[in-house]
Design a protein around this ligand. Sequence first.
Ligand code: GLN
Ligand code: ZN
Length: 755
Amino acid sequence: MASAHILGFPRIGAQRELKFAQEAYWRGEVSLATLHDTGRDLRARHWALQQQAGLDLVSVGDFTWYDQVLSTLALLGALPVRFGFDAANLTLDDYFVAARGNTEHFAMEMTKWFDTNYHYLVPEWTAETHFEGGVDWLFEELREAQAQAHQAKVCLIGPLTLLHLGKVKSGLGHSLDLLHKIIPAYQKVLNRLQAAGVEWVQIDEPILALDLDSQWLKAFLPTYQALAADAPKIMLATYFESVQERAALLHSLPLAGVHLDCVRAPQQLAVLLEHWPQQRVLSAGVIDGRNIWRADLTQILENLRPAHHRLGQQLWLSASCSLLHVPVDLAAETGLDEEAKSWLAFARQKLDEIQALKQALNGNLAAVASQFTDAASALSKRASSPRIHNPVVQKRLQEIVPADVQRHGQFKDRIISQQAKFDLPLFPTTTIGSFPQTKAIRQARAAYKRGQVRHLDYLDAMRAEIRLVVAAQEKIGIDVLVHGEPERNDMVEYFGEQLWGYAFTANGWVQSYGSRCVKPPFIYGDVYRPEAMTVHWSEYAQSLTAKPMKGMLTGPVTMLQWSFVRDDQPRAVTALQIALALRDEVLDLEKAGIGMIQIDEPAFREGLPLKSKDWAAYLDSAVRAFKLCSAGVRDETQIHTHMCYSEFNDILPWIAAMDADVITIETSRSDMKLLDGFGEFAYPNDIGPGVYDIHSPRVARVSEMQRLLQKARKVLPDHRLWVNPDCGLKTRDWPETIAALENMVQAARLLRACI
Ligand code: GLN
Ligand code: ZN
């Protein structure tokens, strides 16, 4: 009989119980015992859900107090040496210090888990790193599951992925230099799990789906030979991309099972099946762990037939990856109508989908027939719903011509008419958009949303805020102003709420890092802008000043990247639809007399595919979307864009191809190193490299900003250089904001004076 399992369940709880317990504990409001109770309850509840759904195994080890990578380090005793913790007696408080920092230690660095929006803590490898055993938390959780009579499969991050995710800090040539130390640590864990009666261990090695050099590839065989002896059965889990290029390697490893992501890379199933080792389990990840759509059970069943025919009971069923990346339970959703809900499946519903497929494969289709017919009817209704298809949008999409994605004049000519219009000084100063979002602003917005504040009163309150922001900028002497974005809670949500085709859940939370959760909107239909979204705000702000006021929009790539997207059309098509809506907004802003329009694309690089062979296709379509929304304006209208901290050099040709007149980027923390590739020939348009870090309340001195500007001048010609902070100022307080901007303006003035 085929078996069903998942690679992991979201740990936060359907009501974000874990978040609230963690934060209450950190504030000293609840005891450690209370925090432990919450964790125990959540684990028990999530295992029970898996068991009640009918899965054959429940996942143990997917729970964590902050992050799965940090918990793996805690298990192995390999937290960064700089903390000086006693590995074997690590406390939960120590663990939180590593995650969050304190007055003595800075926190571990955080970065994105592959191409997801989950952030893990980056292991720090040094010659002193050791793996001599750590906490017993995993084994305690296992005993809990066993005491609740569950068949437990234990999930671990694999040793090679763990090494790969870490950063070499000192004393080592390569992370793999630690391999000989980490293998015995994993062996010890596996031995203990075996002794505890665990039959299956799932070891995640998602790096197998990346571009890997031979050093890493060569490490797999000896590592898994060492681990497989004296261990429970090992299921090696891969996800997020195809591993078909690694078929021979995978087949050669001494494994009892392999998990494949058949949603992201459905074609790999047939390829890997070709020489599938006898007796080996294939876990087919056929339910989408990265998106929230209800599955087409009939189609999936059909696709699985050949594999089932071939493998029989060795074919297992699962979701493509851990369900960590989707919200917990659709039943808890109060913000959506029944029709929209019928299109969706969150983690809990996905358990039922996996089980239904298993039943069908095992010959019990009759028992789950209603699930299949319900899914089929919901899907066909979705496919023909008038909420999804907008003929106006589709017609416009078909009518896009090359001229729509190209500015009229070239930059060298545009900049002359822009300069004639705006008459800016050398090294013009500006900011990235948002100003401090005070408690009063947030409260006013929330009250308005709840219907407790009348529309006109809300407009008045926000306009008062805009007056404040404009006056402050004029007083400081900034050259290009912004309105401060007080009306925006979130740069995607603000636009998504005004666009057709976007929907918002009330409770669709997904863990981003630690206790932090995000509630991404989802795009279900053709994106259409029924009316202007920002024009009256920008118009009002411009009316207050003679200086140029930038209109402020979120770009199509970022709108897409930070949402759950449609699965019934390519991402690139959805991006173009968003771009069309934004293009109309851009043109309306221009018509209203806004001469500079900034289109933020902080997620531009984030969307890069995991494999470099797919980069060009993504980047081409991202550039096309950006140009579609920005290129309709007259030459003298200045288009700005902004990107947060990221590596630019390897994608510079595409950044240049976006052809924004001005790009502002986050560079101060890199000491301007990020600018290195941006020489005049690689990047011809104007650039504003951030001259101070907005993540810290510390006010940078004039001399520090001058130093950074001098560094920038080594790479860029003076007439291309703007002066601005790294990013938006919404998380900062007013006093530090004023002080920092005054210093920034002073730095620009001093520089002008000496030229
Ligand atoms: N305009 C936005 C702001 O200033 C940009 C935010 C971002 O880059 N993430 O807040
Ligand atoms: Zn930014």
